[in-house]
Every structure is written in structure tokens, then in C-alpha cells.
Design a protein around this ligand. Structure first.
Ligand code: PEP
Length: 257
């Protein structure tokens, strides 16, 4: 089954809502300029929560060919959870995607595989597509345990998720040592782990489900490095941090083909 590559830009804690307006407008122009074809890759922006209403207004008002989502969500529906944002709120803002289990959430907010699993289940139950982030630290890679570590994270995140729901998932393999460091995994290293993730999905579910899940690579992806990564058979997109803050660079990554 053909998988449409998905290129998502995680803005992290950058850009206020006025700046978000500027970046999305520039991105739309840059994509048009480069002959962006949304059947060949899907462009997604993931701004901070405070920018989502602005992005919604712009994307819906101008019918821009850009999807958007949030960087996190609460595993709870509603109530006394100060500072949290619910899946329903994101749906109301027109989000299609939500990042779950980014390594910065795991590291600074102690998110465990159980929490990641609860968030993924919540997102799916509300019609949001989770982008589930997994990946090993440098220490784990040096110990040669990167595949088993990452596959275990995938299995933990997917507990209780049925095959029909799993088929629409996006999984982002992001080796922690490559995030924001300028150090990119080689295409072969990225393929090794993404291939192992797909095999694990086939074991957990079945072949067709595994074939329909989109697996991204993330970690210092730039316009010059994206094509070689995307040429690998089990890599269906990129989760992009730093380079997603520059419209021209992000458009060039989206238009990798
Ligand atoms: C990320 O934050 O998911 C990421 C991959 O960041 P960067 O592209 O800056 O390494």
C-alpha cells in the first residue's frame, strides 16, 4: 500500500501567534513556488498551543494545503488539570495531529511509556492522529541496544490500540542524540530502526496494518539531508525541529522529491 510521506514541523516553544501568522504565510508561498503537490507529501505544522487559533483561521480562511496539530495533549478528558490541554480542545481548533511522547516531554516532564500510551489512546478516541515519538539516547546506542529499546517503546505506546486504529498512526523514530544537535543519523542507521519498527508492527498486528503505518525519521533533518533519508523503504517522512522555523528550508524539506 502506498504511504503518503508526512513532513511535520515541530516549532517547539518558539514563535508567538503573530510570528506564527508570518511563518505560515511564508510557508504557503514557498510551497507554491516549489510546485508542492500534496499527493506526494503532506505538510504539517505543529505550533505551540497559543498559536493554534491563528493557524486555524489562516489555514481555513485561505484554504492552505497545510495540516496542523499540537505538541502534546492531556490524557484526561476535562477537569482540574491546571495547565493541560484536552483532545476535545484540539479537535475544536481543527487539529489533525498531535505529537505524543516527544523526547523532550519524556526527559523534562518524566513522561513514561504508560503516559505516552494513555495519550495516544486519548488522541485516537477523539479522532486525532498521534505522532508517537520513540528513540534511543546516545548511551543506549553505544551499548548497541537501540533497536530493542526503540521497539520496546513502540510496544509500550501501542498497548490496547486495535489494528484498525493503529493503521492510521504516525510513528517518529527520533534518536535523542540527533535532536537539535546537527548530528543526523545515516540513512542506513535510520532505516535499520524504522525497518525494525515495521517488523514489530507486523508481529503486533498484521502485515497490512504494518504497511499502512507511516514512520518518520527525526533528528536534525535539513534540506540537504532529507532526500537520502526519504529514499529508504521504511521511512515515510520526517519530524523536523530547527529547520521548520525557516519557511524556505521547511518547504524544501516538504518538497524533497
Ligand atoms: C524534533 O524536535 O523532533 C527534532 C527532530 O528537532 P531537530 O530537527 O531540530 O533536530
Amino acid at each position: 500500500m502506498a504511504r503518503t510521506p508526512i513532513i511535520a514541523g515541530n516549532w517547539k516553544m518558539n514563535l508567538n501567534h503573530i510570528e506564527a501568522l508570518g511563518l505560515v504565510q511564508k510557508l504557503a508561498f514557498a510551497l507554491q513556488d516549489k510546485g508542492y503537490d500534496k499527493t506526494k507529501s503532506e505538510a504539517v505544522v505543529i505550533p505551540p498551543f497559543t498559536d493554534l487559533r491563528t493557524v486555524q483561521t489562516l489555514v481555513e480562511g485561505d484554504r492552505l494545503p497545510i495540516a496542523y496539530g499540537a505538541q502534546d495533549l492531556s490524557e484526561h478528558d476535562a477537569g482540574a488539570y491546571t495547565g493541560e490541554v484536552s483532545a476535545d480542545m484540539l479537535v475544536k481548533l481543527g487539529c489533525s495531529y498531535v505529537i505524543v511522547g516527544h523526547s523532550e516531554r519524556r526527559q523534562y516532564h518524566a513522561e513514561t511509556d504508560e503516559i505516552v500510551n494513555a495519550k495516544a489512546l486519548k488522541a485516537l478516541s477523539k479522532g486525532l492522529t498521534p505522532i508517537i515519538c520513540v528513540g534511543e539516547s546516545l548511551e543506549v546506542r553505544k551499548a548497541g541496544k537501540h533497536v530493542e529499546h526503540t521497539v520496546a517503546q513502540v510496544k509500550g505506546a501501542l498497548a490496547g490500540i486495535a489494528a484498525e486504529q493503529a493503521a492510521s498512526l504516525v510513528i517518529a523514530y527520533e534518536p535523542v542524540w540527533a535532536i537539535g544537535t546537527g548530528e543526523v543519523a545515516t540513512p542506513e542507521d535510520a532505516q535499520e530502526v524504522c525497518g525494525a519498527i515495521r517488523s514489530a508492527l507486523a508481529d503486533l498486528y498484521d502485515g497490512p496494518t504494518a504497511e499502512s503505518v507511516r514512520i518518520q525519521y527525526g533528528g536534525s533533518v535539513k534540506p540537504g539531508s532529507v532526500a537520502a533519508i526519504m529514499a529508504k523503504p521504511d521511512i515515510d517522512g520526517a519530524l523536523v525541529g530547527g529547520a521548520s522555523l525557516k519557511a524556505e528550508d521547511f518547504a524544501a524539506i516538504v518538497r524533497f522529491y
